[in-house]
Design a binder for this molecule. Structure first.
Ligand code: 5AD
Ligand code: FES
Length: 351
């Protein structure tokens, strides 16, 4: 699909035409990754963050949240819980927390890998090549790092680099692939200052990077962030500002599926936050094939407030599990068994 065509879809308002996009995405999904929906247990192990991202509630300048870092034992018991629910993968996520020491993390990974058959996905921010290689060697399988936006200027504005160290997430994604990880990335939809052209570039990037996993959700304003404090109307976008809506999110999921037929694509919590009733299901019906039920201990949940009113925040792991299963079955899909490795990764490995 050409960039002009992507932009046209992003601007499309006609419901009948959009029906064709949903149908196309769903057909591509079915043909390439089937009806299985894989569940990944998500554990948010620390909300400490050294970054000052303009969009994220965990940013270092936010002094109004209590910070926590889970113990190794707590993380391992979440892994056991994920196994009990039948999940094939555990996603270990945190703020960019250098209190998470490389060797400590490596030991946690080893311990999970030795007692379970879980695939382990890391989402721990920008770390050194040595750390990433050590974690891979310790058994980690996948790494998630969203590039957030491919517009360099906008990225630098919302994601300030650390002193003396320019943030280059595209370079880091390539290194992750060289190290041997399955790689996942993605963007936020409707960041103030993001144009339709930018978003079309993002979608083209998914294809160019041949991502194994693509996570996209709407940008949701958080009052304790730079962007949340600014008036998002300030910049004159001349009608080119992407809205951070539910509809735009479905369009991006559908286009991502068409660009990367074999990728694993989640129906995200941010999307479910905009439509708690059936956002998850609609994401799955329009290209997605993954959901990530939260297995973080309930006492930490409210402290991991990336954006406000996050869906499922008060749901126990059991409630979330049952709810997700019900939603998947209600739309005639099946629960994926096993690790749910990315078919694109497997294909690459076999050539
Ligand atoms: N709204 C939506 N998504 C957000 N993220 C961070 N802050 C927000 C927000 N305010 C997303 C980013 C990050 C992922 C873990 O959560 O894309 O990579
Ligand atoms: Fe988590 Fe429904 S999906 S409670």
């Amino acid at each position: 699909m050409k960039k002009e065509q992507i932009i046209e879809w992003l601007k499309e308002a006609n419901a009948a035409k959009l029906g064709l996009l949903w149908k196309l995405a769903d057909d591509v999904r079915k043909k390439n990754v089937g009806d299985d929906v894989h569940l990944r247990g998500l554990v948010e192990i620390s909300n400490y963050c050294i970054r000052r991202c303009g969009y994220c509630g965990l940013n270092a300048e936010n002094t109004s949240i209590d910070r926590y870092r889970m113990t190794a034992e707590e993380i391992i018991s979440c892994a056991d819980e994920a196994v009990n629910y039948g999940y094939g993968a555990l996603v270990i996520q945190s703020g960019e927390d250098y209190g998470i020491k490389a060797q400590w993390m490596a030991d946690v990974i080893r311990s999970i890998k030795s007692r379970t058959a879980l695939a382990v996905t890391l989402s721990l921010g920008e770390r050194t090549d040595e750390e990433l290689a050590l974690w891979k060697k310790s058994g980690a399988d996948r790494y998630l790092l969203r590039f957030e936006t491919s517009n360099q200027q906008l990225y630098e504005k919302i994601h300030p680099s650390l002193p003396g160290k320019k943030s280059d997430r595209f370079a880091m994604l390539l290194r992750l692939r060289q190290i041997g990880y399955e790689i996942g990335s993605g963007v936020m939809i409707g960041i103030p200052g993001q144009s339709y052209e930018d978003l079309a570039d993002d979608i083209e990037c998914f294809g160019r990077l041949s991502l194994d996993m693509i996570g996209c959700g709407p940008y949701i304003s958080h009052p304790k962030t730079q962007l949340g404090r600014e008036n998002s109307e300030v910049e004159d976008m001349q009608g080119q500002q992407v809205p951070n809506t539910e509809l735009m999110t479905y369009k991006v999921i559908a286009l991502a599926r068409i660009m990367c037929p074999l990728a694993n694509i989640p129906s995200t919590t941010a999307l479910a936050t905009l439509n708690t009733e059936n956002g998850r299901e609609l994401g799955l019906l329009r290209g997605a094939n993954i959901v990530m039920p939260n297995v973080t201990p309930i006492k930490y949940r409210s402290m991991y407030e990336i954006y406000p009113a996050k869906a499922c925040i008060n749901e126990t792991a059991t409630q979330c599990h049952n709810c997700m299963k019900g939603r998947i079955l209600s739309i005639g899909r099946t629960i994926g068994q096993g690790r749910g490795d990315s078919p694109s990764y497997k294909q690459r490995k076999s050539v």
